[in-house]
Design a protein around this ligand. Sequence first.
Ligand code: BDP
Length: 706
Amino acid sequence: MLLRSLLLLLAIVAAAPRCVADDGYRLWLKYDLVADATQRAQFRAVAQYIAASGNDVVLKTAAAELQRGLQGLLGQAVPVVAAAPVGTQRGVVLTINPTANVFGSSTSRDAYHIAPQGRHLAVTGRSGAGVLYGVFALLRQLQTGQAIANLTLTSSPRIQYRLLNHWDNPNGTVERGYAGASIWKWNELPQRLDPRYTDYARANASIGLNGVAINNVNASARYLTPEYLEKVKALAGVFRPYGIRVYLSVFWAAPKVIGGLKTADPLDPQVQQWWAAKTEEIYRVIPDFGGFLVKANSEGEPGPQDYGRNHAEGANMLAAALGAHDGIVMWRAFVYKAGSDDRFKQAYEEFKPLDGKFAPKVLVQVKNGPIDFQAREPFHPLFGAMPRTPLVLEVQLTQEYLGMATHLVYLAPLFKECLNADTQTQGPGSTVARVVDGSLDQHRLSGIAGVANIGADRNWTGHPLGQANWYAFGRLAWDHTLSSAAIATEWTKMTLTREPRAVASIVDLMDRSRDIYVRYTTPLGLHHIMGQNIHYGPEPWLAQAGRPDWTAVYYHKADSAGLGFNRTATGSNALALYSAGVQQEWGDPQTCPLNYLLWFHHVGWRQPLPTGRSLWHELVTRYYTGADSVTWMQQRWASVQPAVDAALHADVAARLEIQRREALWWRDACVLYFQTYSKQPIPAPFAPPTRTLAEVKNLVDLYQLK
Ligand code: BDP
């Protein structure tokens, strides 16, 4: 009996498919065996060994990663040797050569060049990091099934500082983090280094990121204490072999809170001295420390304005504290004060006059749009308006206003929309991308920051497809000219499947997802009408909050005449912050892109739009077709089921079902609420919602835990 059960068990185990459920931990670095035997043989022929010499720690990482990747992809061990052996064997040769003439016009230390060299494939980097990026590029070729024998590839990043910003707190929570707790286990550091830190660093390096601000911009002063610096040092030690530097968000009033001073006035000599000494202390502990990220005089955080000083005086004081160290200050421009007629204008009004007043080590960090990471915003008017200051573009990977880790929203199209936007400040072609990469104003420094969507969840991002947003951010930080679809294709092939029809379907689904989200939540340029408490779900009727600019009615301005925020000269005139060309296009409701219409115009309900429909008709159409599109997304996802890991497929399918319900929730809430102003019926062929506004409001109140 026992024997029979045992045999039965064995038979079951043998019949089960070999692969285990994919829990998402390996991200896009799965290195599974290449299925096609011919291709595998071709790859093997080229990579019989890896040659790498020297003591550079990042070069060693590169060799180890290539070995690991080849072993998995080819299913056999590939030795790492100091020098290519004589004979006929072919291998991959990794070399650092700062003076080689192979990197094109780029001067970046991160540049790499891959090319056949005799019987070998040479990966040359200007630094160890360059080699590491080259190795990851090579592995990407293999993972996406492309030939490598004659591969010739030269690449260098367009942006110098490519950072993730973690909004992680010392107590293990993450501000607006939807993938579990923080990945940093402060209570265990520095003694225990979770292996996850290394995999995190690998993942970042694989997409070209080279910096990590590890703590929340709403910063605790605690990170600057000796006790915490030891912990930060331990993390820096894990990241260093991957070419990644650590940065800290600082609490402006730290000299008072942990320094015992009476003031944090940046012009006070004692305060200056405190920061200089603190900075020296940090560099003693972490010699390659990257620098400071600062949120000051914003949302209740202290700052130099508390002492009558401006942002430049604050930032420059920190820059002076950095002295000769190779560090920078990233000073955030996310500021808005209560009581202004239009929050849209405030960062511009505070920062534009300071252009040219910042010290050379300071970069000003600007969110992609003027309000706050909405599903769609026009580009921030500071881009192009501060030619004498390097501006860091800050985007959000964590989906604070985009359905958190429940809704499938691929963000590359959002990032690209901002990067490709033409500020026209120096004629056509003055894109945000060229402002940010420094090429428009010939800046020596350039930077881009993504607010991380990573947490302690096994699959890192909660939603399995959230990983694609992390991936896309890194790829665009390296090269903002890559297309969203190309990035989605790479990611899908490495992470989900290489079955061509499934890849095409998934990429299509991803590439349309952001537009669909906009349609069922905030079409035609509506913004900031979400549930206020947790920034989730609809709450367009919200009229009372801690501040007027935290309500929804402040932004949509619905009345019996129409809908939208008049930001033209007859309204708040925020449009005047843009260059003449942009003003001309966006200032006229006839030529303003429909996607931005209600950002800038109060439009009559019956006003005909270029689509041939009235505003009301168009609005309803978008809400309904947007919500319907989620069903299309579900169908698309269902169609790829055979090609994708079963557990992962089921997970995404379940989240899509929530998304479908919540799209209907958004649709009903918004059309029913705006209908109280438009006083018009839901046009055919759309069927009116089957629930009342009161019922939907009740649902929202429950959700917001009021
Ligand atoms: C908003 C978030 C808030 C952040 C703030 C910021 O709601 O939690 O602290 O931005 O960027 O999006 O500083």
